[in-house]
Design a binder for this molecule. Structure first.
Ligand SMILES: Cc1ncc(COP(=O)(O)O)c(C=O)c1O
Length: 387
């Protein structure tokens, strides 16, 4: 017989409606009038590509992040590819990436024509393991076939990677650092926001990201004016500033005015949404206590909470039990990248044991700014009951 308190929690959660894993509906309803107004303006001025919304968005993104330059691009993947193309990477350039991330990180390296070198991750933060990173860089130098060129650090689930250590390692080896901040826009470290923590950053505005548009989108940030000029040119087919001559190989990586308008509208509530994510994450952490292992957030890091992820041993059983209690959950990711067919040729000898173990244990719980306290409490009850 469940106790009265449990019945209260279940009732309050049910009153708040179904628990969504992500919530695209609430902000759409909240901002619909504003977005429609912005879209009507675009219909009137007709600049569907390169409209005033693009520059306005770029200025706001740079200002939010505390970076000098921001460039709006067509997706998070394009942001990574353009950043790599901007450094003119070649097949003998080694690009170090964590083995536990979305496939886009590795795809970008290969599409840009460079060579990925997989690095294991830390079992607690789920981000690149800086000790293994150093070992992999040393191994590449020793082998002499590739030149260590760049580190792409991924901020998994929204947690900034250890940029202090990564920047130091990169500097010691004359390498660059690209932050794959697709999941972490809105996060921070050491008092500086994502987008201003390293040489260059790439983020995604895929609809379910912390800042999402209504289709594909992304952005790139840097303090380096020359790098920004190269990116701007590559985004627009590699043309010069007046768009008359191709001065390098480029892509069509532009972000449509209508998507920029959505993002400008979303930015009006973004600071509040980030506060809500933090409040919800802390409620989860307090409620879950020691019942499950959770992604570790080091002191000084502000997780953007793109996802709230725990680690469990009996994952399939926990997922099923959660589903029975009306709690959706999801797995990011089922397999580390070096075990995917497309990237198997780059698998390190001996594999990546921490990535492999995490892939068996990670489970992401509902996370979005519109979860009510009652819903969070119900998820906590359901998780505790399921593990
Ligand atoms: C870590 C990471 N990198 C890159 C991407 C690619 O972003 P997009 O889907 O906008 O191309 C994603 C998207 O999920 C991601 O999670």
């Amino acid at each position: 017989m469940p106790d009265a308190n449990l019945i209260d929690i279940r009732t309050a959660a049910a009153d708040a409606g179904p628990i969504r894993f992500f919530d695209l509906e609430t902000p759409k309803k909240m901002l619909r009038v504003d977005i429609e107004k912005r879209w009507q303006k675009i219909l009137d001025h007709g600049a569907f590509i390169g409209g005033p919304e693009v520059g306005e968005l770029e200025a706001q993104l740079a200002s939010w992040a505390g970076a000098t330059h921001a460039l709006a691009v067509a997706s998070g993947t394009d942001a990574l590819v353009i950043a790599l193309m901007g450094e003119d990477v070649k097949a003998n350039d080694a690009i170090f990436i964590p083995g536990f991330t979305y496939n886009a990180t590795a795809n970008a390296v290969l599409v840009a024509g460079a060579t990925p070198v997989f690095v294991d991750v830390d079992a607690h933060t789920c981000n690149i393991d800086v000790g293994h990173l150093e070992a992999q860089i040393d191994a590449v130098w020793k082998a002499g076939r590739l030149r260590p060129r760049m580190i792409i650090a991924v901020d998994l689930y929204g947690l900034p990677a250890d940029y202090e250590a990564i920047n130091r390692i990169a500097k010691a080896h004359g390498m660059l650092v690209l932050a794959d901040a697709a999941q972490s826009f809105g996060g921070a470290q050491g008092g500086r926001r994502i987008g201003a923590l390293t040489d260059m950053s790439a983020t995604s505005f895929y609809p379910s990201k912390t800042l999402g548009c209504y289709g594909d989108g992304g952005a790139m940030l840097t303090d380096d004016a020359a790098r920004f000029e190269r990116w701007s040119s590559i985004r627009w087919h590699g043309t010069d500033a007046v768009k008359k001559e191709s001065i390098r190989v480029g892509v069509n990586g532009r972000l449509d005015s209508v998507q920029c308008a959505v993002l400008l509208s979303k930015l009006t509530v973004f600071a509040d949404e980030m506060k809500a994510r933090e409040r919800i994450a802390q409620r989860y952490r307090l409620g879950l206590g020691n019942a499950v292992e959770m992604q570790h957030v080091p002191a000084g890091s502000q997780n953007a909470w793109g996802l709230f992820t725990v680690m469990v041993d009996n994952r399939a059983e926990v997922m099923k039990k959660l589903q029975d209690q009306g709690v959706p959950s999801s797995i990011y990711y089922y397999k580390p990248l070096h075990q995917h067919l497309a990237f198997a040729a780059y698998a390190p000898k001996g594999g990546l044991p921490v990535c492999e173990r995490l892939a068996e244990r990670v489970l992401s719980l509902p996370m979005h700014p519109y979860l009510t306290d009652a819903q969070v409490d119900w998820v906590v009850v359901a998780v505790k009951g399921a593990v």
